[in-house]
Design a protein around this ligand. Structure first.
Ligand code: ATP
Ligand code: MG
Length: 456
């Protein structure tokens, strides 16, 4: 077998020499280019036809790495391009991936990551992944310190195919992270299939998950694929797994263990090749204690855990995210968006019960309201008065505001008042409220009934 040929595009002779030594040792053959122009020339030549992969530095003289992706893709649509950069940011990586790069690696390069990525990029197994244009529907916002740490976890998850469990309150970005992992992974050529596991009625679990054969029950006029089959070689995103029926849990566990399943009414074993990512805003260990979640499934799913803290626990991310959403909604550049000191402190102090989703919605409404009055030729400085009243009413985490009216006298009145206050602060989020109040969700629901607060 002839060794696979790789093209290394980097303006630093030292980096090229290092990669040559490392990769030749690993059985690859190396071609080098110091500029984008040379790289394109080489790929157009006869010799270029045998190149199987490109390692591309982002910072090159003249044509940058990002701008090289498209001409390379035009010439050789299925040639995997791996970006190397010392100044990695997720937005750059995302835009490289959107333009068709296979993956990106941060310098200084980790040998393990480099060899692993090359192996994945060159493997036949990826098949159809190569010619499909990558699509990322959402872009990540520029990062605060927390998001920077998160990026590492996400990239690691994209490198392997084990199940990933993403936990976090509503609106913390669980689905966005799941989609990002999918897009950066070797499963990106297949679909991203998101399913709400809590929503299927018990009697439909098997046919939804496994699909069925024609004639397997009354009304089965055609063969139908279930989730496991429809996910193909892509990613099956199991959302809200905390509310899953026990029968669904058993079915999923079985498929993970066997890596195959059969359709309802059929005997053929269908292989399961997708990657599983799960998300929940429940505390699974306590569901396990209550007997509502199977421990064996939990250990199967919790191979790589990513916890997304609520926004109020990572306040340093609020302003970068706010700037990102406002710029996006106004169609302006992020560098042109700022917040006056008082607006900053309002944004950073607020409790954000709806997390990133709520912040995004606030910025979208602000853009709708103010957008047309803003001069296009000057940077935007958003003032505190632009923000909705409820943000400014001192919703400090924990401290709370004095309740209106007569202060409560009895313990019962006090309890009712406290529950009402927390519900208001969390925007009616029962899971979060019960955690703040230090009681189980079940206990909260029974108190809501008791005090007639059900609809608050
Ligand atoms: N880091 C981020 N950068 C930009 N947008 C983000 C980020 N995180 C979340 N968002 C946006 O916030 C919104 C909520 O995110 P998402 O739907 O992923 O949350 P979730 O945790 O799945 O919520 P739920 O539990 O309610 O389903 C989406 O519009 C998403 O695009
Ligand atoms: Mg979600």
């Amino acid at each position: 077998m002839t060794p696979p040929i790789l093209l290394v595009v980097d303006d630093h002779a030292n980096t090229r020499a290092y990669l040559r030594t490392l990769l030749e040792h690993e059985g690859y053959e190396i071609r080098e280019a110091a500029t984008g122009e040379t790289a394109l020339e080489l790929l157009r030549s006869n010799e270029g036809k045998n190149v199987r992969g490109v390692l591309l530095d982002l910072k090159l003289p003249n044509i940058s790495g990002i701008d090289l992706i498209q001409p390379i893709k035009e010439k050789r649509p299925s040639l995997p391009i791996i970006i190397m950069t010392a100044h990695a940011t997720v937005p750059t990586a995302v835009s490289a991936i959107q333009k068709g790069a296979f993956h990106y690696l941060e310098k200084p390069l980790s040998e393990e990551a480099l060899l692993g990525t090359l192996k994945a990029a060159l493997s036949e197994d990826r098949g159809f992944a190569l010619s499909e244009p990558s699509n990322i529907e959402n872009r990540w916002a520029p990062m605060g310190p927390y998001m920077a740490r998160l990026k590492d976890r996400v990239l690691k998850a994209a490198h392997h195919s084990f199940p990933v469990l993403i936990t976090g309150e509503s609106g913390t970005g669980k689905e966005l992270i799941a989609r990002t992992i999918h897009t950066l992974s070797s499963h990106s050529g297949g679909p991203f299939l998101a399913v709400n596991t809590g929503a299927i009625p018990r009697e439909l679990v098997n046919s939804e998950l496994f699909g069925y054969e024609k004639g397997s029950f009354t009304g089965a006029m055609e063969r139908k694929a279930g989730w496991f089959e429809s996910a193909g070689r892509g990613t099956l995103f199991l959302d809200e797994i905390g509310t899953m029926e026990i029968s669904t849990q058993i079915a999923i566990l079985r498929v993970i263990e066997n890596r195959s399943f059969s359709r309802v009414g059929g005997t053929a074993e269908v292989p399961f090749s997708a990657r599983i990512i799960c998300a929940t805003n429940d505390d699974l260990p306590s569901l396990i204690r209550e007997g509502r979640f199977r421990e064996d499934l939990y250990y199967r799913l919790n191979v790589h855990a990513i916890r997304l803290p609520p926004l109020r626990e990572r306040r340093e991310d609020v302003l970068p995210l706010a700037g990102h959403f406002l710029a996006q909604s106004l169609g302006r550049d992020e560098s042109e968006i700022g917040f006056e000191p008082e607006a900053r402190s309002v944004l950073e102090r607020y409790f954000w019960p709806g997390n990133i989703r709520e912040l995004k919605n606030v910025m979208i409404s602000l853009a709708i309201e103010k957008g047309s009055d803003l001069p296009k030729d000057r940077p935007v400085q958003a003032g505190a008065s632009w923000l909705p009243d409820f943000l400014r009413q001192g919703h400090d985490a924990g401290s709370g505001t004095e309740s209106e009216g007569v202060p409560p006298r009895t313990l019962r009145e006090g309890e009712k008042e406290q529950i009402r206050k927390v519900l208001r602060e969390t925007g009616g989020n029962k899971a979060l409220s019960s955690r703040i109040l230090g009681i189980s969700r079940k206990a909260l629901y029974s108190k809501l009934r008791e005090y007639g607060l059900k609809d608050e």
